[in-house]
Design a protein around this ligand. Structure first.
Ligand code: UD1
Length: 356
């Protein structure tokens, strides 16, 4: 019996673990455990994803909750170590670039438990992003590195990772999207406008800067006069707005909602005229769906969404965002294609490699 232990903690991990869990579940002689660190703990940031994606409830929840990066990471480390010592898994799988990913990888590296990193090799080359630090360190500690695109392999080779440890498998997040798309498109459409911009913002660089956050909200209010805006708001963003006393009114054109479940959000992505975001995963999902995406960042760790996909970096510039929006409204949006191996079978390739 081979034991695989999956570690997840934050919203973007859940759509990545789902296909890998399902791919391994079909195979004989395998035991799987899911450890949830509790980094994300609200129902609509966590539990609803387990329900909709058909992932079994976590076997263990470390319940770390919120805190500074040091507090959150160190809590995960000290609560995860005894779990690994007790379970002695054959492999630990970590996903993406959140604090839970790097913390779990560090515990395993010290206990000499092999770690596989799913979504390895992505680099923004911007060390002011907490996720970039998590990516760099996790990849140095991992024994098997599963990349979603060729740029990931090149980054890892340059950082001295032996080529035999690197496997280009494609994008597990797109596996989930492909599986769930038929259900998502059946979601109720009542109240969804014909044309609209879908907005998500939560990165510290965008929402912790009160001045820029205020300008962004003002910009969204202006945009909503021409194009309705739907803005499912991340708890971090809501908190920052409350702290800064910025008032955001649900006017006719602007609709602010709670964070949405996976299916409802995917349904909105398929229908949106344009998506304005600072998320990593949404840059990839819009590329797969062929929906124009304006990314409110100066760089991206997902360059194929720029070179092949529908993504455009707009930086922190109201003028550039408004200009790009006019292009979309005028029907001149960027056209894209789907990157190689984003075909719904990445998790099967991961399962095959793990067993080999
Ligand atoms: C984390 C990830 C980021 C990912 C994002 C997706 C890191 C470094 N960052 O950022 O890469 O894109 O998740 O959501 O790991 N909060 C709630 N309820 C929750 C979860 C969080 O209210 O269920 C609050 C926390 O109390 C905190 C804030 O939201 O005040 C931020 O949460 P945190 O997990 O620290 O980071 P994110 O900004 O969500």
């Amino acid at each position: 019996m081979t034991t695989f232990l999956h570690v997840v903690g934050a919203r973007p991990n859940f759509m990545k673990v789902a296909p890998v869990f399902h791919a391994l579940a079909h195979l004989p002689g395998i035991r799987q455990l899911i450890v949830h660190t509790g980094q994300h703990y609200d129902f609509n940031m966590s539990d609803v994803f387990f329900q909709q994606l058909g992932i079994p409830a976590p076997d263990i929840n470390l319940k770390v909750g919120p805190g500074s990066h040091a507090q959150q990471t160190s809590e995960i480390i000290s609560r995860f170590e005894p779990v690994v010592e007790q379970q002695r898994p054959d492999w630990v799988l970590v996903y993406g670039d959140v604090n839970s990913t790097v913390a779990a990888a560090l515990v395993c590296a010290k206990l000499l438990i092999p770690v596989a990193h799913v979504e390895a090799g992505l680099r923004s080359f911007d060390r002011t992003m907490p996720e970039e630090i998590n990516r760099l360190l996790t990849d140095q500690m991992a024994d098997l590195l599963f990349t979603p695109s060729q740029d990931g392999n090149e980054n890892l080779m340059r950082e001295g990772i032996p080529s035999g440890h690197i496997h280009l498998v494609g994008n597990v997040m797109i596996d989930t999207l492909i599986r769930m798309l038929p259900v998502a498109t059946q979601q109720k459409s009542a109240g969804i406008p014909e044309r609209f911009a879908l907005v998500t913002l939560h990165r510290p660089a965008n929402v912790d800067d009160t001045c820029w956050l205020g300008k962004t909200i003002e910009m969204l209010q202006t945009i909503s006069h021409d194009l309705p805006v739907i803005f499912p708001m991340h708890p971090r963003t809501r908190k920052r707005l409350q702290e800064s006393g910025t008032y955001i009114s649900n006017s006719n054109g602007l609709k602010v909602t709670e964070p949405l479940p996976y299916l409802e959000f995917l349904c909105l992505q398929t229908r949106a005229s344009v998506v304005i975001t600072d998320s990593g995963g949404i840059q990839e999902e819009t590329t797969y769906l062929g929906v124009p995406c304006l990314t409110v960042r100066e760089n991206t760790e997902r360059p194929v969404t720029l070179t092949l996909g529908t993504n455009t970096l707009v930086g922190r510039s109201v003028e550039v965002i408004e200009r790009e929006l006019q292009n979309v409204i005028a029907g001149r949006a960027k056209k894209g294609s789907i990157p190689p191996l984003w075909d719904g079978h990445a998790a099967e390739r991961i399962a095959g490699t793990l067993l080999a």
